[in-house]
Ligand binder design. Structure first.
Ligand code: MRU
Length: 366
């Protein structure tokens, strides 16, 4: 993996027009680049989590629609659009990306359609990097203030940020959302350290966040998911920053399962709990996130089985006895009242309809 500042990308078109992704299921042990040859490959890559993270799955859907149009014109594009929008249920970025590609398609067909969709997919990817950098700049101010506060109080040590899941460069096009402020702080020389939640069952923390922080030289420590409350009680966390797959216009935040428990622990310990929110993850049609955001349920085998490396070989082991039933809720919703603030590319706001509309007045009608 390239460092963020060296122009890392998670999906790209090579000079021959091939659409390439990293198979994130194999990280951190193998860095494997895979070609998406058809839109069905893109759909599978999203559903099977070769790519994951709300912004990246949106970008993958966008490139997949270009592939559909290149292979089968308007007809294939129209077949692919609803299937890609539904390839995973929780992240609203999929719907957002598909709608944006539909707008770019207009009434075009044939080569003109495929070319217009390639341009738009490229735009979506470039804009995502700008969005992450915007979030990074606004979040950096929070980290800077905490560093100054610590210095003024003669407290030694770095600013300790706890994050859950992977809302990093690998979940976006580059820089990430929750990690962007951390990367910018690190680049600026502000001492920062990240507590990385393991994030069972798929271990996006231990396998992706830890991996990319290491490649960017950011000090970090892996902890089990249940350690967050303990280290907050002992003053070892200065702030929590998580990502989001869908944030209702009320400020309720859907993110990886376990995020809600971190927010409760943060509230009990007066630790600021921020959510890094790209505007592409806002669902302006939903008010009550707990009631209305669809929560993905994945294969229970992800709970009973654990993937890793043994003797140099990638392997999966079963940790449960035969016949143990398991349930695999992939996301949960943190009510807005537990969110200290939302960090968007346009600035910080309160987790509320008024807060979001203040930053995005063009959505005031919704
Ligand atoms: O199931 P995943 O790995 O796609 O879940 C990803 C997350 O929950 C991220 O925190 C979220 O998508 C924000 S990514 C910037």
């Amino acid at each position: 993996m390239l460092a963020c500042r060296d122009g890392f990308r998670t999906i790209w078109a090579d000079p021959d027009g091939r659409i390439l992704i990293i198979d994130q299921r194999k990280l951190p042990h193998d860095y494997t680049v895979v070609e998406l040859e058809t839109w069905r490959d893109g759909e599978r890559a999203i559903a099977d989590m070769l790519v994951r993270g709300a912004p990246l799955i949106g970008a993958t859907a966008a490139w997949s629609l270009h592939l559909a149009a290149a292979a089968g014109g308007r007809r294939e594009f129209e077949r692919a659009a609803p299937a890609l929008a539904e390839s995973r249920p929780t992240a609203v970025n999929l719907r957002w990306a598909v709608e944006r590609m539909q707008a770019a398609a207009g009434a075009l067909d044939g080569e003109a359609l495929a070319a217009a969709l390639a341009d738009e997919a490229e735009n979506i990817c470039d804009e995502d990097v700008d969005i992450s950098l915007g979030i990074g700049r606004h979040g950096l101010e929070i980290i800077r203030q905490l560093a100054e506060k610590k210095r003024a109080a003669n407290q030694s040590g770095p600013v300790n940020v706890l994050t859950h899941c992977n809302a990093g460069a690998l979940a976006t096009l580059n820089y990430g959302t929750a990690t962007a402020p951390v990367y910018l702080a690190h680049e600026e020389g502000i001492p920062v350290h990240v507590w990385v939640d393991e994030t069972r069952p798929r271990n996006q923390g231990s396998q992706l966040t830890a991996y990319e922080l290491a490649h960017n030289g950011v000090p970090h420590t892996l902890i089990v998911d249940n350690a967050g409350g303990h280290i907050m009680q002992h003053g070892m966390v200065d702030l929590v920053i998580t990502g989001t797959d869908r944030t209702a216009r009320s400020g309720d935040v859907a993110n990886k399962i376990g995020t809600y428990l971190k927010a409760l622990a943060a509230a009990d310990n007066n630790v600021p709990f921020y959510v890094a929110l790209p505007s592409t993850s806002i669902d302006w049609t939903i008010d009550d996130g707990v009631r209305d955001i669809p929560i993905e349920e994945r294969n229970p085998a992800e709970v009973t089985d654990v993937y890793g490396v043994s003797g140099g070989h990638r392997t999966t082991v079963t940790t449960t006895g035969e016949g143990t039933p398991a349930a695999n809720y992939a996301f949960d919703v943190t009510p807005a009242r537990y969110v200290t603030g939302l960090i968007t590319e346009r600035g910080l706001c309160e987790a509320s309809t008024a807060g979001l509309r203040g930053l995005f007045p063009e959505q005031a009608e919704r």
